[in-house]
Design a protein around this ligand. Structure first.
Ligand SMILES: [Zn+2]
Length: 358
């Protein structure tokens, strides 16, 4: 008799996250403590519960631009190596405590250079924090593997530097490149030299596309940036009618099984869809698209890997089959080495679900 699919059983299920922003996942208490430590006075409150609510409400405005403004506070306290490391360490611990066994966590290192840190110093602080958090989690019996994705901000011009940092740090846990920030007006092929740096090194990349912007942004991510995965990519559903044939790009994304890093709560918050019930995650999954379920910004959306799966499962009637499928798909789409993915699949993911489903 399989365990019932609940928040509690899902929290015990081994989970894989491909799309989680470090600066969108701080603990409210940590934001407050670090603001005090670095002398940042911009927070709306110093009560952790109130601050957590404030982030969710500010992010709930229905606009991607306003949603991104909430990051001014988290990034303000991430300007020193020790504060960046603390945030990264706590991220690894929080994900592990939620039952995540493999995560790719992303951050734009240029956001931590306002007080003079070099990109490399930011990356080293990140890696130190993830390593410390992963070691503590393993010692507590919750092992997790964390890979880092380095984002370049679309509206800025540091893409080449970030791409070079991805290549330089890839033996130290950096697994790939991403473009983050406003999609409109900043297409993923705007700075071809950065993409060429990745191409020459055979470096992985996932690109935010098909979130605020539509089909054209997905096309540009695939053709212009040679994205291996799509950050959200959910607007591919614009070419997936409820009844009728798929559009040409949707057919390609399906045929090539391009992983879609879908974060349903975040999409509802930014106004891409009015509700989880109206979100196309179910339709895409049912048609066999390589749907994965992600958190995006745990602090701003008030979610976890567990809660996101629980909400999708409850809204769309998902079974353990569905949950295991999106988990195995996410692992297959991960940028970690083949050996790491194979070990996690055989030793952690499959036995974990077998235990819950027997
Ligand atoms: Zn994102």
């Amino acid at each position: 008799m399989a365990a019932e699919l609940t928040h509690e059983t899902l929290s015990r299920a081994p989970k894989v996250l491909l799309h989680d922003h470090l600066d969108g996942g701080l603990r409210p208490q940590t934001v407050i403590e670090l603001a005090d430590e670095v002398g940042y006075r911009g927070l709306p409150t110093t009560d952790p519960a109130e601050l957590g609510r404030w982030f969710r409400e500010a992010a709930d405005s229905g606009s991607l631009e306003r949603y991104l403004l909430t990051f001014a506070h988290t990034v303000a306290v991430m300007q020193r190596p020790e504060t960046i490391s603390r945030v990264a360490r706590e991220c690894a611990l929080d994900l592990a405590a939620d039952g995540v066994v493999y995560a790719e966590v992303r951050f734009a290192p240029e956001l931590s250079t306002a007080e003079g840190l070099a990109l490399d110093a930011v990356v080293e602080a990140l890696q130190g924090g993830f390593a410390a958090g992963s070691a503590e989690a393993a010692a507590a019996g919750r092992p997790i593997t964390v890979g880092t994705l380095l984002c370049a901000m679309r509206q800025a011009d540091r893409w080449v530097e970030v791409a070079e940092a991805v290549v330089r740090h890839r033996d130290a846990g950096v697994v790939g490149f991403d473009l983050a920030g406003p999609e409109d007006g900043f297409p993923p092929d705007r700075i071809p030299e950065a993409i060429a740096v990745l191409d020459r090194a055979g470096a992985h990349r996932t690109i935010h596309a098909g979130e605020a912007a539509g089909i054209a942004s997905i096309q540009a991510a695939l053709d212009g940036a040679r994205a291996q995965r799509l950050g959200h990519g959910v607007r591919i559903a614009d070419e997936v009618p409820v009844d009728g044939p798929l559009g040409a790009l949707a057919k390609r994304v399906l045929d090539e099984q391009v992983p879609l890093e879908i974060a349903p709560s975040s999409n509802v918050q930014t106004g891409a869809y009015p509700s989880l019930a109206a979100h196309p995650v179910e339709r895409l999954h049912r048609l066999g698209f390589a749907v994965t379920v992600n958190t995006d910004n745990r602090l701003m959306s008030g979610v976890s890997g567990t809660s996101e799966l629980a909400d999708v499962a409850a809204t769309h009637g998902w079974s353990w089959d569905d949950v295991q499928t999106v988990t195995e798909r996410a692992l297959a789409g991960a940028f970690a080495d083949e050996a790491v993915r194979a070990r996690l699949l055989a030793d952690v993911v499959r036995p974990g679900y077998a235990e819950l489903r027997r």
